[in-house]
Structure formats: structure tokens, C-alpha cells
Design a protein around this ligand. Structure first.
Ligand code: GAP
Length: 454
């Protein structure tokens, strides 16, 4: 059963904390709003999402190379990119309650007894809108003045544009080609929220794919399809993910066309990733500002100003979508109520794709007795260098299954006397989704798991 009610997000947030996926940031100090920390299982899940992206976008492609550029950059980068002047939201202040809102969301921003209103009573008294820049500022060196101002990057993309010439000069890339990067970005968001959906600090996976201008429309459409396919291939319900083109009037300052990939979160259809045709805006801006020639010279010696197609996604949003999509509350049918499953009738399970699951397999001794425990530890030792696996001997096997279900472990391997007495020796492997168990010869466990997971 897929739970649809309004409490779904609350239950996912609670599961994430209970099971070590995602914790509220700085919690022992009362927290810091809209910051989150990935726990021991969350970091594995997030790494798996990043690895899946890197494998698809860089490793499997001969036309795309990777990059890891700095978070701090010369402030001139952000002047040239337009972020200093245009990366803003119009804000209004209420002079009665002293809250600040995005101009277009003031109606939903403060709710009293379920209705819009000012906490100080009656209607808000709003100032005219002022532009508020979303970049976090810091200062380099001991003196805090205008000269020392620097910004935490609000997107990873600019690190790619400023290294365009370096990559051209140091590798053998030829148009069309891409530069891909995963990294942190920071935005002083005015209306963050919905768990990790919109936060102040987040990770992006961005590709800047440079093309001949006349081919830009085709690559724009191809990349939108390609990126949508990636999410569905990794398990998102295809009925809950779609492409949505932006109206021309809503485009960001740098874009000629944008299509979003949206996911149907419990709080509504929302952007997972944007695919933009940025034209030659960025290279032209940086060429003019830096004085460097950022043209591409083709094999005939002709100069080209490449256009760029940018699939730009949020790692944290992707993780959230995979979590939400995988979350199930299920009634355990009597036919599944094997003796080893215990008496529970309801289970929470994350039906994550095995490639994304934090832990690929858990190994249990059925009882805390030798030689069962020793053999279970031996199997665990053999598997642990190849995948993230766990050994667990605490509590009933039923409870151990439930724990692994809640973090999405696809397979639980149990060692029992029956299997050790057979020739050759066997274990049971229990499938997370069907809860069915099958017997596998111990020597074949690694190969069996590789076939299922890789
Ligand atoms: N370089 C283009 C760019 O940054 P964007 O639409 O502003 O475009 C790209 O951001 C992606 O980054 C979004 O689709 C979203 O997944 C993620 N993202 C943006 N702001 C975010 C925030 N405050 N919290 C979490 N993820 C965010």
C-alpha cells in the first residue's frame, strides 16, 4: 500500500531520523532551521545516487569529462554571470509582525487558525517589494570590507564555465562535449522547507554540454528525455515523474528555454531537475569580463561560440524523491508469516532499487550459538570488502528483518543449523519485497548477490 495522506512526509522524516538516514542539523543546540545532516545510512544512499549519476554521465560517456571546482571563486565570476544583480527574490516586510516574505507567497506564508493573516492581528501591513540577493556572502582575510567580499557559490555551473578553456587546452574533447560536476551550493532561501527539498546548503549534479549553436534545440530535447529516463531507470514511478516546459516569460536571465523534470511529492508536483538551453550567455559573459578568448576552434580552424545545454539537478531532491517513492507501509499477509518473521502484522519498507540501497545485504545467525554465529561472521567478512553489508545478532530475526526493511536492505542472509548440517552447506536468503526465502549454497552467496546487485 502506498500511503497517500498528509502525514506521509512526517512519517518519512521520522523514519529518516529513527534509522540513521537524515537528522536535523545541529540538533543538540536546538537545531538550525532548514539544515539537515545525513546519517550513516543516509550518506551511503546519497553516495549511491551520486555514483549512479557519475557513472551514467561521465564514466559511460566518451564525450563528457568531470571536474571538481572550488566553492569560493573570484567575485568577478558572479558579477559576470549576472548573479550579483539578478539572483534575487522580491521581498516584502510586514511592519506589524516584522516577518519577511517572498512577494508572491505572502498569502500562504502566515496562517492563523488555518486562514491567512498577520500574527499581530488582522491583515499584514506590507512594505513595497525590495530585491533580496540569495547569495551567502563571506570575507576573505582579516579585514571585513567590500574589497574582501566573496560568495559561497549558489550553483556549481560557473566553476565549469570558468574552466572551459582549461579543459579545452588540457584534454582532447571536441564539440559536442560536456563537463560534469557534483558539489555543494548555497542559497539564502527565503522560503525553504519540505524537509530536504529546499535548504540553505545542498548538493547539485550539473552537466554543461557544449554544442554547435544550430544543434542546440535537438540536444536540449534529447537531454530532457535522457535525464527523465535516468530517474525512472533507478526506480521512480513513471506515473509520478514528468517533463514540464517553462513559459518564456518565466525564464531565468541566462536561459533561452527550460524544461523541468518534476516529481509528484506528497506536497505536490515539484522540480527535481531543470534542463536549460543557456545559449552562449555564460561563455560570452566570461569572455567579455575576463578578456580571455573562450571560442572553440573546429578542425577547419573556424571559430565557434558554443551554446550550452545544462541538465542541472539537486542531489538532495533526488534522494528525497527516491525515498518518498520507495516508502511503503504494508500489512504482512498471513501467508508470509513464517515462524522466523515474528508476530508483526505491519511493516515499513523502503523498496529502493538495490543499486541505491545503503546496505546491500545483512547477515544474521538465526540463534546466538556456535557454529551458527561463527559461520554468519565468516560470510559477513567475505562480503564486506565488496559491498556495504551488515552483521546483526541482536533481538529476534523478525525484528532484524524489520530493521533492514526500514533502511531498504534488499537481501537478508540467515545462517541456521539446518543449513549447516546439509551437504553442501546452505543459508536462507530473504527477499525484501516478496519476503520469500530461498536456500542458497554458502559458497555461491557472493556470486548470487553480485548477479542481483551489480
Ligand atoms: N545552474 C542552474 C541551476 O542552478 P536551479 O534550477 O537554480 O538551476 C538546479 O538549480 C537544481 O538544484 C534544482 O532543480 C534543484 O534540484 C536543486 N536546488 C536548487 N535550489 C535548491 C535548494 N535551495 N535546496 C535543495 N536543492 C536545490
Amino acid at each position: 500500500m502506498v500511503k497517500q495522506d498528509d502525514n506521509l512526509m512526517k512519517e518519512i522524516v521520522a523514519l529518516c531520523k529513527r534509522r540513521g538516514l537524515i537528522y536535523p542539523g545541529s540538533e543538540i543546540y536546538g537545531g538550525l532551521a532548514n539544515t539537515w545532516d545525513y546519517g550513516p545510512y543516509g550518506v551511503l544512499l546519497k553516495n549511491n545516487v551520486k555514483q549512479a549519476w557519475w557513472k551514467e554521465m561521465v564514466m559511460k560517456r566518451s564525450d563528457i569529462v568531470g571536474l571538481d571546482s572550488g566553492i569560493l571563486m573570484n567575485p568577478k565570476v558572479w558579477e559576470a554571470s549576472g548573479h550579483v544583480t539578478s539572483f534575487t527574490d522580491p521581498m516584502v516586510d510586514c511592519t506589524k509582525c516584522h516577518n519577511r516574505f517572498k512577494e508572491d507567497s505572502v498569502d500562504q506564508a502566515i496562517v492563523i487558525n488555518g486562514k491567512p493573516g498577520c500574527p499581530a492581528g488582522g491583515e499584514h501591513e506590507l512594505t513595497p517589494a525590495r530585491q533580496f540577493n540569495l547569495m551567502f556572502q563571506t570575507h576573505i582575510g582579516p579585514v571585513t570590507d567590500e574589497e574582501s567580499t566573496a560568495y559561497l557559490r549558489p550553483e556549481t555551473a560557473q566553476g565549469i564555465f570558468v574552466n572551459f578553456k582549461n579543459v579545452l587546452d588540457s584534454t582532447r574533447v571536441k564539440l559536442p562535449f560536456g563537463i560534469a560536476q557534483i558539489g555543494k551550493a548555497f542559497r539564502n532561501e527565503i522560503t525553504p522547507g519540505n524537509f530536504t527539498f529546499r535548504t540553505l546548503e545542498f548538493e547539485q549534479f550539473e552537466l554543461e554540454y557544449f554544442v554547435y549553436p544550430e544543434t542546440a534545440d535537438k540536444f536540449f530535447a534529447d537531454w530532457a528525455d535522457e535525464r527523465l529516463r535516468w530517474y525512472v531507470d533507478l526506480g521512480l514511478d513513471s506515473a509520478k515523474v514528468h517533463l514540464k516546459a517553462h513559459d518564456k516569460k518565466d525564464l531565468a536571465h541566462y536561459a533561452r528555454a527550460v524544461t523541468d523534470i518534476e516529481y509528484k511529492f506528497p506536497f505536490g508536483w515539484s522540480e527535481l531537475e531543470g534542463i536549460a538551453n543557456r545559449g552562449d550567455y555564460d561563455l560570452a559573459q566570461h569572455a567579455e569580463s575576463s578578456g580571455e578568448n573562450l571560442d572553440y576552434t573546429d578542425d577547419e580552424g573556424k571559430k565557434v561560440k558554443p551554446y550550452v545545454i545544462e541538465p542541472s539537478g539537486g542531489v538532495d531532491r533526488a534522494v528525497l524523491a527516491f525515498l518518498v517513492d520507495a516508502y511503503r507501509e504494508e500489512e504482512v499477509k498471513p501467508s508470509f508469516a513464517k515462524a522466523t518473521e515474528g508476530p508483526d502484522e505491519k511493516r515499513i519498507v523502503l523498496r529502493l532499487d538495490p543499486r541505491l540501497a545503503p546496505i546491500k545485504a545483512a547477515v544474521f545467525p538465526l540463534v546466538r550459538k556456535e557454529p551458527v554465529m561463527g559461520k554468519a561472521k565468516e560470510i559477513y567478512e567475505n562480503l564486506k570488502g565488496k559491498w556495504f553489508v551488515e552483521y546483526d545478532e541482536s533481538g529476534t530475526v523478525g525484528k532484524r528483518y524489520r530493521r533492514q526493511d526500514e533502511i531498504g536492505t534488499p537481501y537478508c542472509i540467515t545462517v541456521d543449523f539446518e543449513g549447516l548440517e546439509s551437504e553442501p552447506q546452505t543459508v536462507t536468503i530473504r527477499d525484501r519485497d516478496t519476503m520469500e526465502q530461498k536456500r542458497i549454497v554458502i559458497d555461491q552467496v557472493g556470486e548470487w548477490l553480485a548477479g542481483k546487485i551489480n
